[in-house]
Design a protein around this ligand. Structure first.
Ligand code: PMP
Length: 297
């Protein structure tokens, strides 16, 4: 387990540099949204990439069903994002064959729920959603994968995972404060929340309250993602017109709610429900939403 810098974005490159560059093999990627696509762009610089499925034509409103996915047992690795932060799409299952190294960007849902980590060859997640402040990225990587990875000539030392493993994430000055806060957060999850199962239950409760309100609004609020792929971390929705959305965001800001604007690439509204957000905070948002609906319906 490594504590690295460079954000999840640095992992978009370090992974294919380590597992794809100069191998002549093909890696399989899922283009499920804004972040899945960014990972593909970087991997393509390092070798052959097969986009196994893309939601782009549908505007990234849903994730693939199993029947739409045909994995190769020969792939160098399989990469996907467990939660697409921008669109609000989350996989509620583990993908791919166990015989292929499974690599997952869990930046926006790591430590929000239990994960069967053994089934993944690499899990990476920046801290700044559920586990601490920006500046540190957690990378869990199977040692056997590194042992079997091809030597890459002239690889900058900083980009070589093995240097970080050998020095226990102390290859250069680590972001100690950010790492320290992740310690406090993991203690809080364990000792105060009572573990990841409880964390997941709280996160589900928050999301279910919000999605219920969206679904009960008879079209006044419209959920972005297909219901079965909805994210427990980022609830994305629209109102009936862009003008009404602007009004909603303005009045929400006046009422003290910040950060509800959708991502710049998508617009709309996005309520992020990360570990730090409480159930009462969601209830306050629901009060605001129903008042706004009565006023503007
Ligand atoms: N992957 C996902 C799923 C993300 O949500 C983000 C950023 N929010 C990134 C990657 C990029 O992370 P960073 O800004 O730490 O490089």
């Amino acid at each position: 387990m490594l504590f690295l810098q460079g954000g999840a974005t640095q992992q978009f490159s370090m992974i294919p540099i380590t597992l794809l560059r100069n191998t002549g093999r093909e890696a399989e990627y899922l283009q499920t949204g804004y972040w899945g696509k960014k990972a593909i762009v970087e991997a393509e610089k390092e070798g052959k990439v097969k986009t196994l499925w893309s939601g782009q034509a549908d505007g990234y409103k849903r994730l693939p069903d199993d029947a739409e996915l045909s994995f190769s047992e020969q792939a160098a690795y399989l990469h996907y994002a467990s939660n697409e932060t921008v669109e609000g799409l989350q996989f509620h299952r583990v993908l791919g064959p166990d015989s292929v190294p499974r690599v997952c960007d869990m930046s926006s849902d790591f430590l929000s729920r239990p994960v069967d980590a053994d089934r993944f060859s690499i899990i990476y997640a920046h801290a700044q959603k559920n586990i601490g402040p920006a500046g540190v990225t957690v990378v869990l990587i199977k040692k056997s994968l590194l042992d079997s990875a091809q030597e890459q000539p002239n690889l900058p030392s900083f980009l070589d995972y093995r240097n970080h493993v050998a020095t226990h994430s102390n290859y250069n000055t680590p972001p100690v404060f950010a790492i320290y806060v992740t310690l406090l957060v993991t203690r809080w999850i364990k000792d105060v929340v009572g573990g990841l199962e409880n964390m997941e239950n709280i996160n589900h409760r928050k999301a279910e309250l919000l999605y219920q309100a969206i679904d009960d609004s008879q079209g006044f609020y419209q959920g972005w993602s297909r219901k079965e792929d909805r994210s427990y971390m980022n609830a994305t929705f629209n109102l009936t017109t862009p003008e009404l959305e602007q009004r909603f965001l303005q009045e929400a800001a006046q009422a003290g709610f910040s950060g509800l604007d959708g991502h710049r690439s998508l617009g709309g509204v996005r309520a992020s429900l990360y570990n730090g957000l409480t159930v009462p905070a969601v209830e306050q948002l629901l009060d605001f939403m129903s008042t706004f609906e009565r006023k503007h319906r």
